[in-house]
Design a protein around this ligand. Structure first.
Ligand code: ADP
Length: 260
């Protein structure tokens, strides 16, 4: 029979932001968190007030990406959980509550419950955009999150490799099942730009995501090159999209696409 949209099941929970975006990937390691952090940076640069909920419970990397790796614990005031702040972005991460190297072995429903709690009980301060960095993959935790959270749309990160694309397709199918609009596909590690000569090399192939987006009838948000700078900047805690240059421009265009 017809099923009620579970995302409308609790109308009393206020929407935490004007626009709630999930950044998802069919599998780990494609740069989902890098994309989430840089989209946050690009949107901030474009004048938006941005928050990130790091829901990647198995490998929370948003704290390190934003230079918050030394943040331990979360303060709670009478208004709710107080997010950490980095470069103007509000951040709540499971990484703030777990010790480094301490594996999280929660099962799907527990994860979904924790994420829901973080989403609803944080004093986000009504940002323009809230980005949820999803756990990688399409298991029951991911499905539960997609089903129960008020997500306006999903951005799917993938690499040009066929295998990654197969996984990306699974992620898209998951969001379609939960009636979450796909805001677009973004191809990460698209071409390798040699830091010495600038020559592009197509290590994982190139262009497959654009073609896939066309086939699936979803927006293509652009290509992010594989660069040493991007990897290095991830480790220094200030996403490259805050600054100027070709990679920042690519993220700026992707951010425009997300808001379109
Ligand atoms: P995921 O969230 O999909 O698991 P991450 O965002 O944590 O992936 O990225 C995995 C690793 O790849 C990190 O070390 C990150 O710095 C690096 N990385 C991601 N995207 C790029 C890129 N375009 N160029 C260079 N390194 C990248």
């Amino acid at each position: 029979g017809p099923q009620a949209d579970p995302r409308q099941a609790s109308p009393k929970a206020p929407k935490p932001a004007d626009l709630v975006i999930a950044v998802a990937a069919g599998k780990g390691g494609v740069g989902k968190s890098t994309v989430a952090a840089n989209l946050a940076a690009a949107l901030t640069k474009a004048g938006k007030r941005v928050a990130i909920l790091d829901a990647d419970i198995y490998g929370p990397s948003v704290p390190r990406l934003l230079g918050l790796q030394d943040t331990m614990g979360l303060k709670k005031t009478d208004k709710g959980i107080e997010p950490a702040r980095a470069h103007g972005v509000s951040v709540v991460s499971m990484g703030f509550l777990t010790k480094p190297n301490q594996p999280v072995v929660w099962r799907g429903p527990m994860i979904q419950g924790a994420i829901q709690q973080f989403l609803n009980e944080t004093d986000w301060g009504q940002p323009d955009v809230l980005i949820i960095d999803m756990p990688p993959g399409t298991g029951d935790a991911q499905l539960a999150i997609a089903q129960t959270l008020a997500i306006d749309g999903a951005v799917i990160a993938c690499t040009p490799q066929d295998l990654a694309l197969d996984d990306a397709r699974k992620a898209m199918t998951m969001f379609e099942k939960t009636h979450t609009p796909i805001l677009g596909l973004i191809e990460n590690m698209s071409v390798f730009l040699c830091p010495h000569c600038g020559e592009p090399s197509e290590i994982f192939g190139h262009g497959g995501t654009r073609a896939e987006a066309q086939t699936m009838g979803v927006p293509f948000l652009g290509e992010i090159p594989l660069t040493i700078e991007l990897r290095e900047r991830s480790d220094t805690g200030r996403p490259v999209a805050f600054d100027d240059g070709p990679v920042a421009d690519a993220f700026a265009r992707a951010a425009e696409g997300v808001l379109a």
